[in-house]
Design a protein around this ligand. Sequence first.
Ligand SMILES: O=C(CO)COP(=O)(O)O
Length: 141
Amino acid sequence: MNIALIAHDKKKDDLVRFAVAYKPIFEKHTLFATGTTGLRIMEATELPVHRFQSGPLGGDQEIGAKIAKNEMDAIFFFRDPLTAQPHEPDVTALVRLCDVYAIPLATNMGTAEILVRGLERGDLDWRYIVKESSDQENGNN
Ligand SMILES: O=C(CO)COP(=O)(O)O
């Protein structure tokens, strides 16, 4: 599965700890991240991470574009609800696209624990079916 990992600055330590704790699960998947978050996760876990631009420079939108193309299966986005972000519209747009395409999105540690365990248990395997049928519609297979 394609998994995106994103965290605002004050939540980066939490997401890095989370990624390290669940490395045995994450290493079975393809990881994507916004720029700074991705760097931190790569350094801490030594897992490969496809890095996009930093969030304020368009990284959230790049991940949103992958959602719109049905190329992202789950998002871990540790948002900071107490700090104004210069790119708040991008953040809102990313969350909105998750809702448009029914992509599982965890915005805090509590939900992230459930999502990562669901990922491991196969609760997201329906995504393979969705992707297969959309590939067939697009003539990709
Ligand atoms: O701002 C972000 C998400 O909105 C995260 O971007 P960085 O990972 O580059 O800090």
